[in-house]
Write a protein that binds this ligand. Structure first.
Ligand SMILES: [Fe+2]
Length: 135
């Protein structure tokens, strides 16, 4: 069973960003699946590294539009991104020391963060982005 199921409540009404969010959701589900199947730390480490890398690319995309469209809440939004990157990097360091530290609780935290961030924080830019012609 997937950890997060994509639904329209997660759409920010911008196709490029929805696709990136879907990919992140997919990566979290892959990690959950790997954990449930008892996959080795090497396979799981690869997924985590992929997630860290892709989250970085995704945050850069959003932040590029913040600058381009003069988004007023860019500062606090970017701080959320930085906090998240720091937390995930910390999980990765702990995972590298002992792969058993990656528990369901960690995955639950990541998926809750992502859902909450998309539905509460990301959705705030939808209107501005749409008004600037981005859909
Ligand atoms: Fe965001």
């Amino acid at each position: 069973m997937a950890l997060i199921t994509w639904n329209d409540n997660l759409s920010v009404n911008v196709q490029e960003i929805d696709l990136q969010h879907k990919k992140l959701v997919g990566m979290l589900n892959d990690l959950h699946e790997a954990m449930m199947q008892g996959k080795g730390s090497e396979a799981m480490g690869k997924i985590i590294n992929g997630m860290i890398e892709y989250a970085g690319i995704h945050f850069q995309t959003e932040e590029k539009y913040f600058v381009k469209f003069g988004y007023l809440e860019a500062g606090s939004h970017k701080r959320e991104h930085t906090d998240f990157v720091n937390k995930v990097n910390k999980f990765k360091q702990e995972f590298d020391k002992d792969s058993f530290t990656l528990t369901f609780n960690v995955l639950q935290f990541l998926s809750d963060w992502l859902k909450n961030h998309i539905m509460v924080v990301d959705k705030k830019y939808s209107r501005l982005f749409n008004e600037k012609g981005l859909r």
